[in-house]
Design a protein around this ligand. Structure first.
Ligand code: NAD
Length: 253
């Protein structure tokens, strides 16, 4: 029996990167999975390959969430696992961050996470439990220059995770946040307009000496989705190669 047998998981931003890596591991562990994304072609191809189900979902849209939860329930059952993974990055100095860029990041990262939790909670309560995994970042723990909107959204995700965990603990619904460090996905190139990025330079600044891989975050997500994490709620799960263990004067290199 897989570690996730009996689980119905809705994973957002699942067409690529860490979301897709989580979907692959979830299916291997016996979960029935809904791949949700705005990128229809990539999302559908992944779902077809793995025998999962694809739904088009823009996480910033309230009606989209109602439809996605209803479709998941119709195809499988009400989701008992939600991974709020969809996210975007925007690099700009504070004074150069336009209101529209700020709000775009907040709507996807922060409002999307709020709508997702609110959308699945009634069904999880009725079913007697569930696990919600909110993907924050090390920018939900520490600040980084050029990331005003992103950092604001990721701190907000960390905070609302704890509120939800406290409200739902008595109903068997666990809510945790995940804080990846620098992970090799398409997110940074996308934020830089498709530009190739050499991650070796960044990797050298990480205590473990390298950037992380999406599969390394997926393992943490499997643990949080499974009953192995039954005593974990309202907690912050960091996977950053040691980056947040020190401060900026602690680099020996
Ligand atoms: P990615 O760009 O590879 O994947 C993000 C996915 O989200 C994409 O498939 C994209 O289409 C989707 N998406 C974007 N806007 C959406 C919307 N409105 N509705 C639905 N889907 C949408 O990036 P990733 O690195 O896999 O990021 C996954 C999560 O991990 C994000 O929340 C990100 O902030 C977080 N994170 C990433 C890193 C990193 O270094 N890559 C570090 C810390 C946290």
């Amino acid at each position: 029996m897989g570690r996730l047998s009996g689980k119905v998981a809705l994973v957002t931003g699942a067409a690529g990167g860490q979301g897709a890596a989580a979907v692959r591991r979830f299916v291997e562990e016996g979960a029935r999975v809904v791949v949700a994304d705005v990128r229809d072609e990539e999302g559908r191809a992944l779902a077809d390959e793995l025998g999962a189900h694809f739904v088009h979902l823009d996480v910033s849209e309230e009606d989209g969430w109602t439809a996605a939860v209803a479709e998941t329930t119709a195809v499988y059952e009400h989701p008992n696992v939600l991974v709020n993974n969809a996210g975007v990055l925007h690099f700009a100095r504070l004074q150069d961050t336009t209101l529209s860029d700020y709000l775009r990041v907040i709507h996807i990262n922060q409002v999307g996470t709020f709508l997702g939790m609110r959308g699945v909670v009634p069904g999880m309560k009725k079913a007697g439990g569930g696990s919600i995994i909110n993907v924050s970042s090390i920018e939900g723990l520490r600040a980084a220059p050029l990331l005003t909107a992103y950092t604001a959204s990721k701190f907000a995700i960390r905070g609302m995770t704890k509120v939800a965990a406290l409200e739902l603990a008595g109903r068997g619904v666990r809510v945790n946040s995940v804080h990846p460090g620098m992970i090799e996905t398409g997110m940074i190139p996308a934020a830089l307009g498709g530009q190739e990025v050499d991650m070796t330079f960044v990797g050298k600044k990480v205590p473990l000496g390298r950037v992380g891989q999406p599969s390394e975050i997926a393992e943490l997500t499997v643990f949080l989705a499974s009953d192995e994490s039954s005593y974990c709620t309202g907690a912050e799960f960091v996977a950053d190669g040691g980056v947040t263990a020190g401060h900026s004067l602690s680099n020996l290199g």
